[in-house]
Structure formats: structure tokens, C-alpha cells
Write a protein that binds this ligand. Structure first.
Ligand code: EPU
Length: 431
């Protein structure tokens, strides 16, 4: 039986203390499918306990992999019996990263049949650059009966220039090219930390990938990969979310198990609004004791300010002294959450890819929805800021990407609880 849940937040409390960041969602959802490129078991550590990871592991298991859970953040996956190359609509539509099964299965058996990916709704989310990459490697890609079908006799290395800097296309091409014949060069590649993490994982299995983290990645194909044990990097966006929550509640929080280098653009903006930041080897401390100053933010591919921090930043700027402008530089439509924030008293006008935020002194509590994953995190931050009771519904989006968010925030002094939605009698029976 599925029971819908909500977060109930009694806001107005400063967050203080320390919080430990989990493994990176967007690295985990690339590394897990990459296991299909070997026939030997792999042990993956520091996996975040989130529903996107559960979905990917379930998909691997449906494909025929043997999954052994070692502890809450470690799994051992043995892909040797994977014979199927089909990922159904039911599994694919849960998340965007299901598209990585195209590259991984193509790399494993020159054949992939994967339903179009789901994920957060930011307007159009094409996969033309992924397909362009597969075709350059020699695959034929068609859409048949609602499935993306990719087939090749044998993949051969090639030069691929990405027309847009795409995380997904960069990852998918790396997956398909790792065991292709010869050299593949990806130009205008994405440079996100999770791309470097995937390259490190593949190299630890015997792949030959150079340049990850720069805009030119070179992949020299190898015949076979072997099993490995690998620990996933800390989640840059989870860390950034707690950093902004600390600032937004005038708190003082040490965020542990992070890579400060991955947080530079977020630290720069927090400095600009007046927060105090201390950096340690694997931690950052964020404290704030004045109303945030206004600032402008433009989201960009890494190392720019991450689009996945945009809703949380807008929430902080909603109480800034003055008018701020946020320009979304990655997605066509990532301001759907603004209507929810205005229910809480924020003054935000959206014009296309730009939001003009006129700071107000306080937000007020209201029932709001998590319209997508990061928007949901923003609603939680707004609830923590507003004195009184805010209820956030549609939290399954938040559970896709934040491990134990209510428990972690409560350990910092927040009054936040997960509660079943009983009042509307919304209890869905499993089909
Ligand atoms: N794009 C194309 N064609 C393509 C692929 C992308 O035009 O073939 C465009 C997109 O429409 C978008 C831009 O390129 O305008 C960037 O898209 P990208 O492919 O980089 O995004 P993604 O791989 O689908 C990942 C993250 C997102 C994050 C973006 C940008 C994963 C699983 N998802 O998505 O994360 O917003 O990169 O950094 O890694 C999240 O975690 O909340 C999330 C949405």
C-alpha cells in the first residue's frame, strides 16, 4: 500500500550544528548503469538512500543483475547474467537518468531498447545530442512503439561536438564509447563533478578516459572492463541546499563530508549576500547574522552557478534587502515553483528565463507543493524561514534526491516532520 505523505514544518528556528552530506545522486545514477559494462561484480559505496537510486538498482535487477545490499549505503552488483536490453516505460518514466541505460546497454551488447526518460518537468528535455553521439559511434537509433531503439554491429570511436553542453549526453557517450573500437573525442563536454566521478569509476574498472572535468574528453576504447570497489563523491547540490538553509534561517551550520572545490560558485554567492563561510578540507561552515543582501544570479553549466540550486537561491533572495534578478541559463522553464513561493508572500515576477525578486521582510506559512525535486527543497527552506506551520505536499519529488531530509534538518534544530496525508483520505492501493 502507498500512503501519500507531506512535510509539516514549524518555521522560524535557526539551524545550528553539523550535518553530514550523502553520496551524489547524479553521480550514483550514472555509475550504477555503468556497471553493465563489465561482467564482474562491483561494490559501490557511499550511495545515497534516495528513491532514484532504488529505481536504478531495481532496473538493474530486472535486467538480470544480482544485487546484494551490504549496508544502507553499499551495494554489490553482479551483472554477469544480464541478457535483457529492454528498460520498460514503467521504469524509465520515473527518472531522467534512465536514459543512461541506452549508453550502458549499447556499450555492453550493442543493443538497447529503452522507453523515453521521465524526470522533473522543466519544459522540453530533448535527447537529440545523446542520439547524435550514438550515431557518430556507428549505432542506428530509431523510435519504435514508444521505445528508443539503439543498435550497432560494433561501436567505433569518433569525434563528437556537442551543440549544447549536456551532462546527460556527455555521460551517455562516455558509456557507449568506453568499449568501442578506437578513440572517441567529446568536444564541448559537460564538466560537472559527477562526470569526473563516472570517469574515475570507469578508469578504476580498466577504462582509458582522459580529460573528464574539462570540455574535451578523450576515450580510448578497451576490450573489457573488470569489477571494482568504488566510493561515490559527496552530493554538491545536497550540500548547497543545507548551506542555503543555514543562511536563510540566520543559522550556523557545518556541512560535513563535502568537496569544497565543488561548492565554489555557491560559496561566492553566499559571500555576496553577506554570509560568513569557513572552508575546511572536507567541510564548510556557513553562518549568517544579518538580512541577506540582494544579488544577481545566472545559472550555467559547471563551474557556473548550478541550475539545481536556482529555486533554493530564489527562496533565500525572497527575503533579501533589495531587488535581485535570477537568469536561468540551462533550462527553458524552471520557474514553476514561483507560484508556490508567492503563496508564502514572496514577490517574484517571471519573464521568460528571468525572475525579478523584490525582497520582503519575511515569508509567511502556507500549504505549498513540491513541483519538482529542487523546487521541493526550496519549499522546505521557505517553510523553515516562515514563522508558523507550513505543509509541503507532493514530497515524493523530494524523496527522489534527498536522503532523510527531515531527520537531517531536525538534527540541526528544525521542527519538521513527515506525516501521512489522511485528511483527504488519499490512500492509494498498489495495483
Ligand atoms: N539538451 C538538449 N539536447 C540534449 C540534451 C540536453 O538540447 O540531447 C539541453 C537541455 O534541454 C537543457 C541543457 O541541454 O537545456 C542541459 O541539459 P543536460 O543534458 O545537461 O541535463 P540532464 O542531463 O538531463 C542533468 C541533471 C539535472 C541538471 C542538469 C543540468 C542528472 C540525472 N540530471 O540533467 O539535475 O539540472 O543535468 O545540470 O544528472 C536534479 O538533480 O534536480 C536535476 C534536474
Amino acid at each position: 500500500m502507498w500512503i501519500l505523505e507531506k512535510f509539516v514544518i514549524n518555521g522560524g528556528k535557526r539551524l545550528c550544528g553539523s550535518v553530514r552530506i550523502s553520496g551524489a545522486k547524479n553521480a550514483a545514477v550514472a555509475i550504477l548503469p555503468a556497471i553493465l559494462l563489465t561482467n564482474e561484480p562491483c561494490t559501490i559505496e557511499n550511495l545515497p538512500e534516495i528513491s532514484d537510486v532504488t529505481t536504478i538498482i531495481r532496473t538493474l535487477s530486472i535486467l538480470g543483475a544480482e544485487v546484494k545490499v551490504i549496508n544502507k549505503s553499499t551495494v554489490r552488483i553482479d551483472p554477469r547474467n544480464v541478457r535483457s536490453y529492454t528498460v520498460s516505460k514503467e521504469m524509465a518514466e520515473c527518472m531522467r537518468a534512465s536514459s543512461y541505460f541506452l549508453g550502458a546497454l549499447l556499450g555492453r551488447m550493442n543493443n538497447a531498447s529503452v522507453a523515453p526518460p521521465g524526470g522533473c518537468d522543466f519544459g522540453v528535455r530533448p535527447i537529440d545530442q545523446h542520439i547524435k553521439g550514438f550515431e557518430a559511434l556507428g549505432a542506428k537509433v530509431t523510435i519504435e512503439n514508444g521505445m528508443v531503439e539503439a543498435r550497432a554491429e560494433r561501436l567505433s570511436g569518433s569525434s563528437i561536438y556537442l551543440d549544447v553542453v549536456s551532462v546527460g549526453a556527455t555521460i551517455n557517450i562516455m558509456l557507449a564509447a568506453t568499449r568501442a573500437r578506437g578513440l572517441t573525442v567529446i568536444e564541448n563536454a559537460a564538466r560537472e563533478p559527477h562526470i569526473v566521478d563516472l570517469a574515475n569509476f570507469l578508469n578504476s574498472m580498466g577504462a582509458n578516459i582522459m580529460g573528464a572535468g574539462t570540455s574535451i574528453i578523450k576515450i580510448r576504447g578497451v576490450e573489457n572492463l573488470h569489477g571494482t570497489t568504488y566510493s561515490i563523491i559527496p552530493d554538491q547540490i545536497e550540500a548547497g541546499t543545507y548551506m542555503l538553509a543555514a543562511a536563510a534561517t540566520m543559522g550556523d551550520v557545518t556541512i560535513e563530508n563535502v568537496t569544497p572545490k565543488h561548492l565554489e560558485s555557491i560559496i561566492a554567492k553566499l559571500n555576496e549576500v553577506g554570509a560568513k563561510i569557513e572552508e575546511f578540507d572536507e567541510a564548510v561552515r556557513v553562518s549568517m547574522n544579518t538580512r541577506p543582501k540582494r544579488c544577481n544570479v545566472k545559472t550555467m553549466p559547471h563551474p557556473g552557478f548550478p541550475t539545481d540550486m536556482q529555486p533554493q537561491m530564489a527562496t533565500l533572495l525572497a527575503i533579501a534587502d533589495g531587488t535581485s534578478i535570477i537568469t536561468e541559463g540551462v533550462w527553458d522553464s524552471r520557474f514553476r515553483y514561483v507560484d508556490q513561493l508567492t503563496l508564502m508572500g514572496a514577490q517574484i515576477k517571471v519573464d521568460g528565463k528571468m525572475a525579478v525578486i523584490t525582497g520582503v521582510a519575511n515569508l509567511r506559512p502556507a500549504p505549498v507543493k513540491a513541483v519538482d525535486l529542487r523546487a521541493g527543497a526550496a519549499m522546505i527552506i521557505a517553510g523553515l524561514m516562515a514563522e508558523g506551520t507550513t505543509e509541503v505536499t507532493d514530497i515524493l519529488h523530494i524523496d527522489r534526491g534527498y536522503e532523510n531530509i527531515a531527520e537531517k534538518l531536525a538534527s540541526l534544530g528544525a521542527d519538521i516532520k513527515r506525516a501521512p496525508i489522511i485528511s483527504d483520505e488519499v490512500v492509494l492501493k498498489e495495483a
